[in-house]
Design a protein around this ligand. Structure first.
Ligand SMILES: Cc1ncc(COP(=O)(O)O)c(C=O)c1O
Length: 398
């Protein structure tokens, strides 16, 4: 072995990349949660008001979900032992899919290991290289990756720009298949897609309409059925993705749609075919989460009450909060290093709101993202607002 071969570290460029992130003030260490994921929680041994989880309804620790998971472990063990298409489809998986289909008012549903897998697996299998994908510029990474994997032509339309989408649809009629895809609620800005307009355009031009309702599931629509229900579009959206990992409090993603779509995904969606299915505890807890959504509508009412209170508080303090219409409210700092500093100072004062910078958001739109839940008390939210006021003034952000 030559001397040069012995000494060269082939991954040395990663050290340089990390050093650069540190120099730019963008290095982020993982906050470690001690104990349960709750509105008041302990991260890195510090008690904080938690404004960073997607646990919209507090279901991560709901007694009914906990009980269902424990019971499933006792009855069925801890693992499914296989991918769905070989030996890993348990009766519980089928029950969850039937429950989701009824809940979403569609013919059928399929469950994936995560929302990411649902988006990426669906877009990449339904579309192929001759096809076209029309995608909002702020769509989630899993949609972008699925689109790239499909090898279809991708055209990105400006955020929520219905006119631009219409023009693209008019110009691209020669593609054999076209997919229009949007997040229902945008994950970094908390605004809601103009679903009525987009769906009507997709239908008028014979395109497939798909929505990613990751942040709308359990949040918008009757009992949290999502944007399709919220905008009264049942039967008009061909592919609805939802997540079981956020408001539902557990883990997973699903696609709801026609029986043919679901059968196709059973045969072609690669995460479904090539990755082991959920363990029984996860599936049982997801079924219990649907029960809770149907039986405890007051949770969603509380989520929205808290959302209105906190959003109004941030606005009154003079923060730039963008165009949010959901429990996700960004506090935009602009510069990435400033957003990280804001997040660190908030944390030191007892409020956890994660800093988010490029490449997750545009370079000049770095922010901390806040998410309130149904389980925050008014006192907790007021405490958080007081801390925002102090730290924002200190850093010259408001
Ligand atoms: C808009 C959107 N879609 C999909 C996902 C992926 O969901 P999951 O966490 O279940 O993989 C997320 C979560 O980060 C998201 O914000």
């Amino acid at each position: 072995m030559s001397r040069a071969t012995e000494t060269k570290n082939p991954l040395g460029f990663l050290d340089e990349a990390m050093a650069q992130l540190r120099a730019d003030g963008l290095y982020r260490s993982l906050r470690v949660l001690d104990g349960e994921q709750k509105a008041e929680a302990t991260f890195d041994h510090k008690d904080v008001i938690n404004l960073s989880s997607n646990n919209y309804l507090g279901l991560t620790t709901h007694p009914k979900l906990r009980e269902a998971a424990l019971d499933a472990v006792k009855r069925l063990g801890v693992g499914s032992g296989s991918v769905r298409t070989i030996a890993g489809t348990m009766e519980l998986h089928m029950e969850l899919e039937r429950r989701i289909a009824v809940f979403k008012k569609t013919e059928a549903a399929v469950v994936f290991q995560s929302g990411f897998a649902a988006n990426a697996g669906t877009v990449s299998s339904v579309l192929g290289k001759e096809d076209l994908i029309l995608s909002d510029e702020l769509n989630h990474a899993s949609i972008i990756d699925g689109a790239r994997l499909s090898r279809a032509t991708i055209k990105v339309f400006p955020h929520k720009d219905v006119k631009a989408l219409e023009k693209l649809l008019e110009e691209t009629a020669s593609f054999p298949r076209r997919l229009v895809i949007t997040d229902g609620v945008f994950s970094m800005d908390g605004d809601v897609a103009p679903m009525r307009e987009i769906t009507s355009l997709a239908r008028a031009h014979g395109a497939i309409m798909m929505v990613d309702d990751a942040h709308a599931s359990g949040v918008l629509g009757k009992a949290g059925r999502g944007t399709v229900d919220h905008f009264d579009l049942h039967g008009q959206v061909d592919i609805q993705v939802g997540t079981l990992s956020k408001a539902m409090g557990v883990l997973g993603g699903y696609v709801a749609g026609s029986r043919a779509l679901i059968e196709f995904l059973y045969h072609r969606a690669r995460p479904f075919l090539f990755s082991t299915s959920h363990p029984p505890a996860v599936v049982a807890a997801c079924i219990a989460a649907i029960d809770v959504l149907e039986q405890e509508p007051e949770l969603i009412d509380r989520l929205w009450d808290n959302t209105r209170f906190f959003k109004a508080g941030l606005k009154a303090l003079g923060f730039e909060t963008g165009l949010s219409e959901s429990p996700i409210t960004p506090v935009i700092a602009g510069d990435g290093a400033l957003a990280m500093k804001l997040s660190d100072r908030l944390f030191a004062e007892g409020v956890f709101a994660q800093g988010i910078a490029f490449p997750t958001v545009a370079r000049d739109k770095a922010r901390v993202r806040t998410i309130v839940t149904a389980t925050h008390t008014r006192d907790e939210l007021q405490f958080a607002l007081d801390v925002f006021a102090r730290v924002g003034r200190e850093l010259g952000i408001r």
